[in-house]
Design a binder for this molecule. Structure first.
Ligand code: SF4
Length: 235
């Protein structure tokens, strides 16, 4: 399997896969060099009994389905708690992992019917963006009822209050929680995009977006540079 990262800290471990079908202009992960690993080697690394939770992300893990499924099944047999982060491009595969994965993290970038906004963010022409959004929509449908965290990277000028309202309506009943992440608050996650070179929006703006979303999704986590808060159904 081809990875861009394999690490453990305390009881948590991370396995980060190489390659992604999207081309987001701010992505730091698609520019990283790959390292070749055997699944058995990765499993041995994670077999450490102190590791309880394994986060699998990347770039996009489902691009290497055979190796990913093998890894997931072996981790499950070791009773590890598995979180799988995906851009939602392979709903059929993701459906097959229900019962193995404890939590899905699915990134939503703009409203699911806004081709222009998504196309700009994912760096694909409109027709390929349409296909990606169709897959993402089907993923949210097949994982309905599962533990699904929708992850939103709030990029100033793109993720506006109007668009958050649309996203809220579209993911209502399909997400257990939303994680609102302030763009560029973690340099490991984002490269500058257009003229955006510093963390934003402000904490106040992020909290306002969370208050909007909590009308649609039971729990919202907001995190940015120097702040973190949570909102639940009561707001
Ligand atoms: S930001 Fe995520 S979805 Fe976009 S290219 Fe990078 S790994 Fe893929």
């Amino acid at each position: 399997m081809k990875l861009i990262g394999l690490s453990k800290t305390g009881d948590q471990a991370r396995v980060e896969f190489f390659r992604c079908p999207l081309r987001c202009g701010y992505c730091t992960h698609i520019r990283m060099d790959k390292e070749e690993r055997q699944v058995t080697e990765v499993v041995e690394f994670l077999a450490d009994p102190s590791v309880k939770d394994v986060y699998i992300g990347g770039a996009e893990p489902t691009m290497q389905k055979k190796e990913l499924l093998d890894l997931l099944q072996r981790l499950r047999r070791m009773n590890k708690r598995i979180t799988l982060k995906t851009s939602g491009n392979d709903p059929a595969f993701l459906k097959s992992t229900i019962g193995i994965v404890q939590r899905f993290v699915i990134e939503v970038k703009c409203p699911l019917d806004d081709i222009a906004c998504n196309s700009r963010l994912v760096g694909l022409p409109p027709e390929r963006t349409r296909k990606y959004l169709d897959s993402l929509n089907r993923t949210l449908d097949v994982l309905k009822g599962q533990n699904v965290r929708v992850w939103i990277r709030v990029i100033p000028g793109f993720v506006t209050p109007e668009r958050i309202e649309s996203i809220g309506k579209q993911i209502a009943g399909r997400a257990s929680e939303v994680y609102l992440y302030q763009f560029m608050s973690d340099p490991a996650n984002d490269a500058p995009f257009g003229d955006i070179t510093a963390p934003g929006p402000t904490e106040t703006e992020m909290v306002a977006l969370a208050r909007q979303l909590v009308r649609f999704v039971p729990r919202i986590v907001v995190r940015g540079k120097g702040f973190e808060s949570e909102f639940s159904g009561s707001g």
